[in-house]
Ligand binder design. Sequence first.
Ligand SMILES: Nc1ncnc2c1ncn2[C@@H]1O[C@H](COP(=O)(O)OP(=O)(O)O)[C@@H](O)[C@H]1O
Ligand SMILES: N[C@@H](CC(=O)OP(=O)(O)O)C(=O)O
Length: 528
Amino acid sequence: MSAIANGITHQSERIAHTQEKHLPGGWVVLKFGGTSVGKFAENIAGIVKAGLQADRAAVVCSARSSNTKLEGTTNRLLRAARAAEKPNNRGYDDIVEAIRTDHIQAGRDVLQSAEILAAYTEEVNAECESLIKILESAQHLEEVTSRAEDKIVSKGEKLCCRYMAALLNDRGTPAQFVDLSDVVKVNAPAKGGLNDRFYMDLAEELGREVAACGDKVPVITGYFGNVPGGILDSIGRGYTDLCAALVAVGIKARELQVWKEVDGIFTADPRKVPTAALLPIVTPAEAAELTFYGSEVIHPFTMEQVIRARIPIRIKNVMNPRNAGTVIFPDNLKDMDHRTPLKDASIFRTRSSSLLTHLQGPKRPTAVTIKRNIVVLNVHSNKRTRAHGFLMNIFSTLDRWHLSVDLISSSEVHVSMALHSESALLSGGGEDEYKIQDKDLQGAVHDLGQLGAIDIVPDMAIVSLVGKQLKNMIGISGKFFSVLGQENINIEMISQGASEINISCVIEEREADRALNVVHTNLFTFLD
Ligand SMILES: Nc1ncnc2c1ncn2[C@@H]1O[C@H](COP(=O)(O)OP(=O)(O)O)[C@@H](O)[C@H]1O
Ligand SMILES: N[C@@H](CC(=O)OP(=O)(O)O)C(=O)O
């Protein structure tokens, strides 16, 4: 088959998969984040009702945030857990009370049926009483174990889903609250913890939970319980995206919709770059790269689960539901053996991008993104170890301190590494004086000192150009770096070639927004 004909097959296959498979009666999983539930609950009730005209719907929600995620229920619950660690301190009482009144008030604001409101209020009170008991027990034992922390955190999603289920019922959409906080049985995961087998079994179990709801819309806690090692450590914040993915796999959904407060994935952060354009489709590898390098549109673990099951992900906007959003789906289904792990980037390589590229007009990068809170660590070897031992020692030190490197450039005797840290350094008074605040970073710098001289450059950012076409765009790196240079944006470190779909460099963080805009203007708007 010629390259062009091959391209046509792939393109039509892709369209068929994302459009024609729209069978009435198929399942769609709708995932809503905490701030969307907090600010746009009425919109969500409308979106679910409208969706039910064509499909069956399963709803998955995170913990409610009335304003920002930072002030949201999960963060409050984590503060309550920290308070319970202090002996003889009832600091958590006020936090739980604030969570309780907040949820009850949210119900009063939207629920029209007195009966539904009364039942909901009772449920909120019961959840908060049980939360207090968990906090008291942990305090009594003088330890908040990861199991206890999981139970505490799970209350956020439970309260939120009780609220959404009540609202859907109130608006005439029969709905059923589904609690996943005990779905993973204690001791159930075999050695190896969160492996493919574990996720597959879990997805099957979630399928059964949904089936048990009959014709009602399941409103599923985006927290799935008792994960080995604790959900925050093993999966991290944003775990609800993964939960929704597993539900989608378990019920063989035709689509996973992740509803946000942005129309989809743009060529750059639309809040920073006014001319950014919405991307109708991106590949999972591109979405993963964007998420990792600062455009956190979706939790990185989500993609692997659904794409392996060939379920497209669609990012949509709760404030603008008519917009089609962005679909995340591979270019080439043929390359996707369902046993091939998504991590293997080769399955997303466009072997022949000829027709697709042609249809899409001139080649362009897909998006530009910025990752902030970066420190650059430079290690200059004292040459007491041989070259391979030098690198090995660096990586085992970083591993010991749980640090992962975002970008690296190295020679035999010199290594520069860009690492992400929310609270890396504190200014120590003098202009160039810094005190390391991040305990892991502090430990790593101390240990790396055995290998040579270390210097730290704080307040940096990684700017990354991402796109599956980059590898076919001769001279693109030169253009990327020279655009930054022309604007007097100093490049501290360059990394190119580690991934075919990413070219990155490190710049000063104060230049981040300007860099985003100049790169976008010069490489996305005028490139032909
Ligand atoms: N390339 C991008 N496309 C879309 N959003 C982006 C991009 N880069 C960064 N963002 C930001 O990611 C955020 C995602 O949407 P939002 O629903 O607000 O997030 P959250 O799930 O944290 O509540 C937006 O604030 C948006 O500005
Ligand atoms: N409540 C969790 C889980 C989550 O996934 O949140 P969101 O979907 O709002 O990012 C958190 O705050 O991390």
